[in-house]
Design a binder for this molecule. Structure first.
Ligand code: GLA
Length: 384
């Protein structure tokens, strides 16, 4: 439906049909939070909420960008790809600029209309979907010799340099490599990955959107990353072989606790524990042991809330509300934090009662409507 509206808008504005329609999905992450930029493991998947692009080549240098959802447009030339005051445009300009910086030849400009149903600020990586989608569209349009891993790296650079968030690789990797009914176990140190089947009818993944937009997120996110780097730099004095928190065990960390500030210590402790937790959760998944998997999700939330301190009262409440619900196997905040969604592993037969109970509780506590989504796991970026 979205794809159709975007295509129609394109034809209205540019008076011709687009060369390509591309779908780039948002992502969930089952476990492994704030581990990607610490060279750890993550377990994301692409979902049935996506950004769609209608795009075609131009025969000059201009790039005409149209945001369908914001009803806004911006024009830029291939020779002057600088940051715009329009935040949304930077996700696209950033990718074009980073492709050029990596010496990919984009011979001419393009017209694009994009938009979709990935909710903004909900922790579902709408920005990574935009970056992955425009990168993929340009690769198809101009036959760029760009591997899917290089595409993810270019999208990540765009986020660093044009959106100012020093994000890890997880979001764009998932939007690009997603596979129907599978989660991706990604080793963020060497970018090798494995698909794990997540094809259960017994359990459903449900997202509860706190509606809190993570404004604080970008600065606090970069701060967490800096705290981890500080920890690594100190640990290297005792353990020169350490390159990242991936190389650190709890006993190594404990042995240096007097050298680290209390804050840096608890940040590092959370990350070291979370990296092992992803491994344990994957073992549980291989045995179809969803009970253990759910317990790990709760442990992750506790770590994110108490030690990494990236939760907020709304997210904590949404998780706590599931504690006494036997139909919920696990729940936790998802993504960077400070708002966005919780991810819940719920017995399928009880999803409806779960949804109404959560909505009633949220309304009573915060006077706000709770928007929730049942998610289906889909393929990654593709032409349609
Ligand atoms: C954001 C970042 C990711 C990752 C998560 C936390 O979504 O973009 O790279 O660090 O937060 O796991």
């Amino acid at each position: 439906m979205y794809a159709e509206s975007i295509k129609q808008k394109f034809s209205e504005i540019f008076n011709h049909t687009p060369d390509l329609i591309v779908r780039a999905p948002g992502r969930i992450n089952l476990i492994g939070e704030h581990t990607d930029y610490n060279d750890g493991f993550v377990l994301p998947a692409a979902i049935d909420k996506a950004i769609y692009f209608a795009i075609s080549k131009r025969d000059d240098e201009r790039c005409q960008l149209v945001s369908y959802d914001l009803n806004d447009s911006y024009e830029v030339s291939l020779d002057t790809l600088v940051k715009s005051e329009k935040g949304w445009a930077n996700f696209l300009i950033g990718v074009v600029a980073e492709l050029k910086a990596a010496n990919y030849i984009i011979p001419n400009g393009f017209n694009v209309v994009f938009g979709g149903d990935v909710p903004l600020g909900a922790g579902l990586s709408s920005s990574a979907a935009v970056e992955s989608g425009i990168g993929f569209a340009l690769k198809q349009l101009y036959n760029l010799p760009l591997s899917s891993i290089d595409l993810a790296l270019v999208a990540q650079k765009a986020e660093h340099n044009f959106a100012g968030v020093k994000c890890g690789i997880m979001d764009m990797f998932a939007s690009i490599h997603g596979k129907e009914k599978s989660v991706i176990k990604l080793d963020c140190r060497d970018l090798t990955f494995q698909y794990f089947p997540f094809n259960t009818t017994q359990y459903t993944l449900v997202l509860c959107n706190s509606g809190v937009k993570h404004n604080l997120g970008d600065t606090e996110y970069n701060k967490r990353r800096a705290e981890c780097e500080e920890g690594v730099a100190i640990l290297q004095n005792a353990y020169p072989q350490v390159n990242s928190l991936r190389d650190v065990s709890i006993s190594m960390l404990r042995s240096q606790s007097d050298k680290l500030s209390p804050t840096v210590y608890i940040r590092c402790r959370y990350v070291v524990e979370e990296i092992s937790r992803v491994e344990e959760a994957c073992q549980a998944l291989l045995k179809d042991n969803f009970v253990t998997f759910g317990e790990k999700m709760y442990q992750t939330h506790n770590g994110l809330s108490q030690f990494y301190e990236v939760s907020c009262p709304e997210l904590d409440f949404l998780v706590e509300q599931t504690f006494d619900d036997k139909n919920v196997l696990g729940a936790r905040m998802m993504g960077g934090g400070f708002g966005g969604c919780t991810i819940n592993l719920v017995k399928t037969k009880a999803v409806d009662s779960f949804l109404s109970r959560m909505a009633e509780g949220y309304e009573a506590k915060f006077g706000k409507e709770l928007v929730s989504y049942k998610v289906a796991i889909t393929n990654g970026v593709e032409t349609i």
